[in-house]
Design a binder for this molecule. Structure first.
Ligand code: PGA
Length: 263
């Protein structure tokens, strides 16, 4: 794992968007794992700009979102399908048949989980997985006590997460109680992962995930087991880290990061 701290949320999003854009340029048929949430909105805005003004081509890109609320049709404005359409898909030249989100309104939800896993496998797995982190430490909707080997399945949302997402639904009572989410095991199988977290309210959970023990109580801590994971933070989200000088040293000396230092 490498940790990169940028001066603010804008610079953290810019680095994240640039890494994704560069991965697409290197491999035009990239299999890209996508995340939702407020933090990602600016990243998608920047990817749209890359498409519009710098020719980033999504023709052959395949995407798989991490999760979806149970009971919501893709047309529901609160669904993650609608989020992706609104923030990214409608603005770029992605083939809609290549943009996958679990179907939260499937008649047979268990079957939907199996179908989604099989589809990811049929595409050879995720090349690059984008991740946020929730206040409970979740990646995807892998709430505390998710097995670190978990697969795509139904998961109950924690009270903290229901509260965190309540503003989208106009009240905590209206938030669906369950979601389909890919598992921690799936996320660990991605060939490369980028986690982005910004803002002081994430400082505590980020420190627990990165510098604390690997534990099912904070599923983002499982990223310590990931073979190739970069965590991108702003100053706020990095505020409680103890090894900050070490992370900065790596970023400023490793040749791999040279093209990105000025972003
Ligand atoms: P947020 O969500 O970007 O809205 O904070 C992150 C998450 O819950 O994964």
């Amino acid at each position: 794992m490498e940790v990169i701290v940028r001066k603010d949320a804008e610079a953290a999003a810019r680095l994240t968007a640039r890494l994704i854009a560069d991965a697409i340029r290197v491999k035009p048929d990239l299999v890209l794992g996508l995340a939702t949430g407020r933090t990602m909105e600016r990243v998608y805005e920047m990817l749209v700009e890359e498409h519009k003004y710098r020719g980033l081509d999504f023709t052959y890109v395949v995407t798989f979102n991490l999760d979806e609320y149970v009971g919501l049709a893709p047309s529901d404005p609160c669904s993650y399908s609608a989020y992706m359409h609104y923030h990214l898909f409608r603005h770029v030249n992605i083939n809609p048949a290549n943009a996958h989100v679990p179907r939260g309104n499937a008649a047979d939800l268990e079957e939907e989980c199996r179908r989604y896993e099989a589809l990811i496998a049929a595409h050879g797995g995720i090349d690059l997985q984008l991740l946020g982190i929730g206040l409970t430490g979740h990646i995807g909707f892998n709430e505390p006590m998710s097995s670190l080997r978990s697969r795509t399945r139904l998961k109950a949302l924690s009270p903290v997460t229901l509260q965190q997402n309540s503003e989208y639904f106009g009240g905590v009572d209206k938030v669906p109680r369950r979601a389909i989410t890919v598992g921690v095991g799936n996320i660990l199988e991605s060939k490369r992962a980028i986690m982005l977290a910004t803002g002081e309210e994430k400082a505590d959970i980020v420190a627990r995930a990165l510098e604390g023990p690997v534990t099912a109580m904070v599923t983002a801590s499982a990223l310590q087991l990931h073979p190739r994971c970069v965590v991108i933070l702003d100053e706020g989200a990095a505020a409680n880290l103890t090894m900050r000088d070490y992370y900065d040293h790596i970023f400023h000396t490793e040749p791999e990061w040279a093209p990105y230092r000025s972003l």
